[in-house]
Structure formats: structure tokens, C-alpha cells
Design a protein around this ligand. Structure first.
Ligand code: T3D
Length: 244
């Protein structure tokens, strides 16, 4: 699989996916969507992986959609943003939720727009103290996508969810941890080591049990019905005993 916009490797039971367009704060273009999709599909087939770590290259985690791909020339046709959500962002969020192994977001810097909600779709979010979470949609006339309207009120309650979504302000990682939006905030220099420790702990744990726990927890969330629930057909039986 050739990759230009991500780095992806699986070693010692730990899969690492690094969003790798640092000059654009790892925002998503069409190539990155395709490469992330292919990597997650490969991961689904690879029984050696027991935990996935997602992070960003450079100083950012992910700034959501690459807005330079959305510039419309005078008289040009506007892109279909709904189709972009339906074909790219929604399947990505559902796949992260459905992966039968724990997913860690190592948020090394700013996570904005869909980038913030991709991080929040992961099972454990650990962020560097300098990182921020921004529901940037409000600034550009969009409704929070990529699961934002579903997950934000469940994580932090309606008042804070609405504040974040309507104002689009930067939420520092430390406050995000205090609010329960994320699992932990650590000093920047500690992030790599903390994530490695967490990933090794999860890789050594009984993966099938963790996968069932994740599934049960997500299904237990009120409102987790319809298509998302129906999509929860995890191929646990095909993963052999490696993850048992
Ligand atoms: O369209 C659809 O498909 C629908 C789906 C939409 C999903 C979404 O994610 S919508 C939300 C899109 N994202 C944003 O609105 C965030 C835009 N970025 C920012 O607000 C700021 O860049 C940040 C707050 C994230 C970071 O600010 P700062 O001051 O730390 O960095 P910067 O200088 O703004 O950005 C650094 C570079 O990254 C800069 O490029 P340059 O000037 O050095 O050449 C900037 O243009 C670029 N960059 C940052 N975010 C994006 C981006 N380039 C393209 N798209 C971006 N989203």
C-alpha cells in the first residue's frame, strides 16, 4: 500500500497511524481519506494488531477538512459537502467505533473541526498540554460533523457541548480533561512515553474482551441506534485466538 499522506505501521501488536500533512496541520484531502481508509481496512484484516494509536505529524493533530480544496473559482460549482460527510467522514468515524480493538488518540497539537471529532471518536484520548480542541465549524457556517453533535453532549453535557459548538473557541487540553471530554492531559514531553505505556498495556490485555467492552459501552449509550448500531457486526470470530 503506497502512502503519501499518512504513515502506518504495525509492530509488536501496536498499530500506529500518523496523519502526515504537517504543512496543512494534517487536514484531510481526498488522498488522505483514501489512505486512512485503506490502512484501517488492512488493520481490520491483520490479527497481529491489538491496539491502534492515531496521532499527527508536526505541531498539529488534525485541522479537519483541507479548506484549500473547498475554494470555489468565480462561477464554479460548489463542492457537495453533504456527500463529503457521507462518503468520507461518517464512514471513518463509524470504522473507528467499530474496530474490534482499542483506539488511542495521541493528540499532539491542535485538533480542529472534523479533526477534533475524529480524536473524540477514539476510545482513549490522551493529549499534550499544549493541544487544543476546536469545534471550528461555527466559524465557517457548518454544523459539527463527524459525530460531533452525537458525542459532545454525551461527553460533557448539553451546556458545554453547545458552548463549544456555537462559539468554536479553543478548549485547552487541560480543561478538556477536567470536563471529561478526554481521558488525560500530560506534559508535552511526556506524551510519547505515556502513549507507549498505554498502548503496551492495552496490547498485552485480552483484546476480545476489550472489544466486547467497547461494543457494549457504545451500544449502551442512549441514542446509539439505527444504522450505526446495525453496522456493529464485528468479525471477532475471524480474528482467531491472538486477540483472545
Ligand atoms: O468540506 C467538507 O468536506 C465538509 C466537512 C468538513 C469537516 C471540517 O473539518 S470543517 C472544519 C475545517 N477546519 C477548520 O475550519 C480549521 C481551520 N484552521 C484553523 O482555524 C487554524 O489553522 C487552527 C486554529 C487549526 C490553527 O491555527 P494556527 O494559528 O495554530 O495555525 P495556522 O497558521 O492557522 O495554520 C498553519 C498552516 O496550516 C497555515 O498554512 P500556511 O499559512 O502556513 O501556508 C494554514 O493555512 C494551514 N491550515 C490550517 N488548517 C487548515 C489549513 N490548510 C487547509 N485546511 C485547513 N483546515
Amino acid at each position: 500500500m503506497s502512502q503519501r499522506t499518512i504513515l502506518f505501521e504495525i509492530s509488536a501488536g501496536i498499530a500506529r497511524l500518523t496523519l502526515n500533512r504537517p504543512e496543512r496541520l494534517n487536514s484531510f484531502n481526498t488522498d488522505m481519506h483514501a489512505e486512512v481508509r485503506d490502512a484501517l481496512a488492512a488493520l481490520q484484516q491483520d490479527t497481529s494488531a491489538r491496539v491502534l494509536v492515531i496521532t499527527g505529524a508536526g505541531r498539529g493533530f488534525c485541522a479537519g477538512q483541507d479548506l484549500s480544496d473547498r475554494v470555489v473559482a468565480p462561477g464554479g460549482e460548489s463542492p457537495d459537502l453533504g456527500a463529503s460527510i457521507e462518503h468520507h467522514y461518517k464512514p471513518l468515524i463509524l470504522r473507528l467505533r467499530q474496530l474490534p480493538l482499542p483506539v488511542i488518540a495521541a493528540v499532539n497539537g491542535v485538533a480542529a473541526g472534523a479533526g477534533a471529532n475524529i480524536a473524540l471518536a477514539c476510545d482513549l484520548v490522551i493529549a499534550a498540554r499544549s493541544a487544543t480542541f476546536i469545534q471550528a465549524f461555527a466559524k465557517i457556517g457548518l454544523v459539527p460533523d463527524s459525530g460531533g453533535t452525537w458525542i459532545l453532549p454525551r461527553l460533557v453535557g448539553q451546556a458545554r457541548a453547545l458552548g463549544l459548538a456555537l462559539l468554536g473557541d479553543k478548549l485547552p487540553a487541560e480543561q478538556a480533561a477536567q470536563w471529561g471530554l478526554i481521558w488525560r492531559c500530560v506534559d508535552d514531553v511526556q506524551l510519547g512515553a505515556e502513549v507507549d505505556t498505554l498502548a503496551q498495556q492495552l496490547a498485552a490485555a485480552p483484546t476480545r474482551g476489550l472489544a466486547r467492552t467497547k461494543q457494549a459501552m457504545l451500544e449502551g449509550c442512549r441514542g446509539f441506534h439505527g444504522k450505526a448500531r446495525a453496522a456493529f457486526h464485528w468479525p471477532l470470530s475471524s480474528r482467531g485466538n491472538l486477540r483472545g
